[in-house]
Ligand binder design. Structure first.
Ligand code: NAD
Ligand code: TDX
Length: 332
């Protein structure tokens, strides 16, 4: 049994990981989360009180981080500013949390000699052309496009330097786009589902040809736990489930599954610098560590996600109007 410190555990993917760990292992977990606009304490409801502790605090707070890292066996670092559109509006919180926050955690794990796993994104590699047969691998050069992805890239490079120069016991994972329950309504899939529930037409940036490589959040969590248990220190693993889809097809699927005409959406102002395509080659994780995704069928995963948003309006409604007002101010 180990004690894990999970940063950002009140967010979409971090909360999924905490539920997964407590359900499938005998580990104990402390979550450190600042409860920014993106954090929701309710996403952690129902966890066993004897194995789970929640601490509201900031990952850039040296004293808080030092004390929690000292008590943990391993740190899994999810906390981040995570939304590209926000990073284009105001980059500073991204620099602060994603770079200074990661630096603060790395210094604490260095001081206390603790195992560290760093959660990152495929966006650090930039984008691919639609007709390029290539996918991202662990050796693809970094080429980030947005303030979000560049600060995530910078945080990955800090980890690599702390491994090489200070011997920190770290692994890194770069995952593709996640979907599933508990995702903030600012993100593409929940935005469109909750728009349809509210009688608002879905909004597609530009022509909608951009491709994302979708993975269910449950599969991301099982992959991270596998890397934590079996990964080689100092190595990077790409996480993906061969789920490439263009945005237009995703919106049309959501509309069809929700009983609307497939063309009942609007094209809106495109995202500046909008990455065209992401695609993950997860061969290393599958062959070296024996991981495989359990969600193979995007349509049934999407149906379950739609059902969850229909049944949990109290969870997402408080953020919906403000999120749509932000998008409206950008013509999106
Ligand atoms: P999210 O925005 O839903 O959650 C982020 C969490 O971090 C929130 O609970 C927030 O309160 C917390 N947080 C933010 N700043 C903090 C700070 N300074 N101190 C403490 N807590 C803070 O994000 P998510 O989509 O769950 O993403 C989690 C991680 O996974 C991020 O590192 C992200 O880069 C990475 N990732 C996300 C995706 C995706 O598709 N969403 C894909 C690959 C990687
Ligand atoms: O209303 C929308 N309409 C639209 O067409 C929104 C919100 C998005 N989009 C497009 C932009 C992207 O091509 O949908 C795609 C997905 O957009 P987001 O949900 O904002 O995700 P993305 O920018 O791809 O980044 C996500 O995956 C990688 C996460 O937000 C990141 O945290 C993660 O690192």
């Amino acid at each position: 049994m180990s004690h894990l410190l999970v940063t950002g555990g009140a967010g979409f993917i971090g909360s999924n990981f905490v539920h997964h760990v407590l359900a499938t292992t005998d580990h104990t977990v402390t979550v450190l989360d600042a409860l920014t606009y993106a954090g929701n304490r309710a996403s952690l409801d129902g966890l066993p009180a004897d194995r789970f502790t929640f601490v509201k605090g900031d990952i850039t707070d040296v004293a808080v981080v030092d004390a929690l890292v000292k008590d943990a066996d391993a740190v899994v670092h999810y906390a981040a500013e995570s939304h590209n559109d926000n990073s284009l509006d105001n980059p500073f919180p991204f620099v602060h949390t994603n770079l200074i926050g990661t630096y603060t955690l790395l210094e604490a794990v260095r001081k206390h000699g603790k195992r560290y796993h760093h959660i990152s994104t495929d966006e650090v590699y930039g984008d691919l052309e639609l007709d390029d047969p290539a996918k991202f691998t662990e050796t693809t050069p970094y080429n980030p496009s947005s303030p979000y992805s560049s600060t995530k890239a910078g945080s990955d490079l800090l980890v690599r330097a702390w491994v090489r120069s200070f011997g920190v016991q770290a692994t890194i994972s770069n995952c593709s786009n996640n979907y599933g329950p508990y995702q903030h309504v600012e993100k593409f899939i929940p935005r469109q589902i909750t728009n349809v529930i509210r009688g608002i037409r879905p909004k597609l940036y530009g022509a909608g040809e951009n491709v994302r490589d979708w993975i269910h959040a449950d599969d991301h969590s099982s992959a991270v736990l596998t890397i934590l248990e079996k990964g080689t220190i100092g190595e990077t693993y790409l996480i993906g489930a061969d789920g490439e889809k263009n945005n237009k097809d995703v919106v049309e699927l959501i509309l069809t599954l929700m009983g609307q005409p497939a063309d009942a959406y609007d094209h809106v102002t495109d995202r500046p610098g909008h990455d065209m395509r992401y695609a993950i080659d997860s061969t290393r994780l599958r062959t070296e560590l024996g991981w495989a995704p359990s969600f193979q069928d995007f349509e049934s995963g999407m149906k379950a996600t739609i059902d969850w948003y229909r049944a949990h309006e109290a969870w997402w409604a408080p953020a919906k109007d403000k999120t749509e007002a932000f998008y409206a101010s950008k013509g999106q």
